[in-house]
Ligand binder design. Structure first.
Ligand code: UD1
Length: 414
């Protein structure tokens, strides 16, 4: 478990790693070619390890050199993704399209991942069947078959990040043009687009749709991942919740304007340059309302850490979660730490309290875990956060980075 002696203001500079959510589809994109795909700035965290093991299990060779990952080979890809890996992480389901496009057949178990309420894959399957895949279900797995995928117009009922990635990947090897209407526009999709273009795909973004012109085959590429905006947001909130001053470097301010706007309304001072962001916490922050929304809206992945911050603000905040049906894993443990939060449907009413108190709590998913670590940093005394494997899925060296900002945080058995 992770132990935190809270009550100190965090101060200093924290370097931001490459984005987990850009690394996963980029690693999976390597399945589209046999030539080398070289990725720089890849964060060493559990979900990335899972993605690496997944492409290896499908037939790729990989080698690491510091934060550079080289992936090559796989002339003969396996059509079967191992259940053990897919069930660990929802993003594994992205292999369905590339494996199908390369081999004509893919069998991928239904995915696992964070416990955030029901997270179906119907948009992915709708999209691939529009591209001509025959989809059946066998023993909890999806079986997709197609001689060659054919481009088509696909409408997404919600701008799903994963479904848009699935269609970019599959469309890149399909015959003709794939048009995705209502695609997701998260920065990680821009990053995947850049990689696919380097590999030879033609991708054109328009205001309401994206067009992918498929190729017979794709080549290798060398590509650098963008900074992790959720990691940066988490450390900036760690500074804000402790009334400190944190500067995130190697970061991209543009990707965090929704968070910075709300922090500024809460009374924090914000400063930023081309690749850094600094947040100075207020004496006592003010309550602010926000709703999560697809990019450029407030990211759902920062909703739980932001709720921890608002738990100590002056006044009542109304937080509306619109992306997930049940992203409230942080609420019960925060209440144990003295927060006053009421959940009604998709809305959390957060009544700010002057102080949080230390407690032994359990993380149930990555970002709930981050929310609890932030609350522990603000609470005077020692808190214990169990379920640290969730944090390891999504944060590279979290304890080390927080210690660099002056936090007293360590790991203990138990
Ligand atoms: C990605 C991110 C995750 C982030 C999320 C929303 C990765 C690896 N993960 O997840 O950190 O929280 O975007 O920004 O990039 N949905 C369906 N049917 C589908 C697909 C999605 O109903 O076929 C629903 C989901 O249940 C959810 C919503 O759409 O309620 C958004 O999901 P989606 O954007 O697809 O998230 P992920 O790609 O899984």
């Amino acid at each position: 478990m992770i132990c935190v002696l809270g009550g100190r203001s965090l101060r200093g500079v924290v370097p931001i790693s490459g984005a987990k959510n850009a690394a996963l589809p980029a690693i999976i994109a390597s399945l589209l070619t046999t030539e080398p795909v070289i990725l720089h700035r890849v964060p060493r965290l559990l979900d990335v390890e899972t993605a690496v093991r997944l492409v290896q299990a499908l037939g790729k060779e990989v080698c690491w050199e510091k934060d550079t990952l080289k992936i090559w080979g796989g002339e003969k890809l396996s059509s079967e993704a191992p259940a053990e890996l897919v069930q660990r992480m929802r993003a594994s389901f992205l292999v369905l399209g590339p494996v199908l496009a390369r081999t004509g057949l893919a069998r991928v178990p239904l995915p696992g991942g964070c416990a955030l309420g029901p997270r179906p894959v119907d948009f992915h399957l709708h999209g691939l069947s529009r591209l001509g895949a025959r989809i059946t279900f066998i023993d909890g797995a999806v079986l997709a078959e197609a001689q060659r995928l054919r481009g088509a117009i696909v409408y997404l009922d919600f701008p799903s990040v994963g479904a848009t990635e699935q269609l970019l990947l599959a469309g890149a090897l399909a015959e003709g043009e794939t048009v995705v209407i209502n695609p997701a526009r998260e920065p990680e999709l821009t990053n995947l687009t850049e990689l696919l273009r380097k590999m030879g795909a033609e991708v054109t973004w328009n205001t309401d749709h994206v067009v992918i012109r498929g190729q017979e085959e794709l080549g290798g590429a060398e590509h650098t991942l963008l900074p992790d905006r959720i990691e940066a947001g988490t450390y900036l909130l760690a500074g804000a919740i402790t009334g400190g001053r944190v500067r995130a470097v190697n970061a991209e301010p543009r990707h965090l304007f929704a968070l910075l706007d709300r922090l500024s309304c809460a009374g924090c001072e914000i400063d930023y340059g081309e690749d850094w962001i600094e947040v100075r916490g207020a004496q006592r922050p003010r309550a602010v309302d926000f709703r999560t929304w697809p990019y450029p809206g407030f990211p759902t992945d920062l909703q739980p850490p932001m709720v921890s911050f608002l738990a100590i603000a002056e006044g009542r905040s109304t937080v509306t979660e619109t992306v997930y049906a049940a992203r409230f894993g942080h609420v019960e443990p925060l209440i144990q730490m003295g927060a006053k939060i009421q959940v009604s449907g998709s809305v959390q009413i957060v009544e700010g309290v002057g102080e949080l108190r230390p407690a032994a709590v359990e993380a149930t998913d990555i970002r709930a875990g981050a929310a609890l670590v932030l609350a522990a940093l603000a609470a005077q005394g020692v808190s214990y956060v169990r379920g640290e494997q969730h944090l390891r899925r999504g944060y590279e060296n979290m304890e080390g980075k927080l210690r660099g900002l002056g936090a007293q945080i360590w790991e203990e058995e138990g």
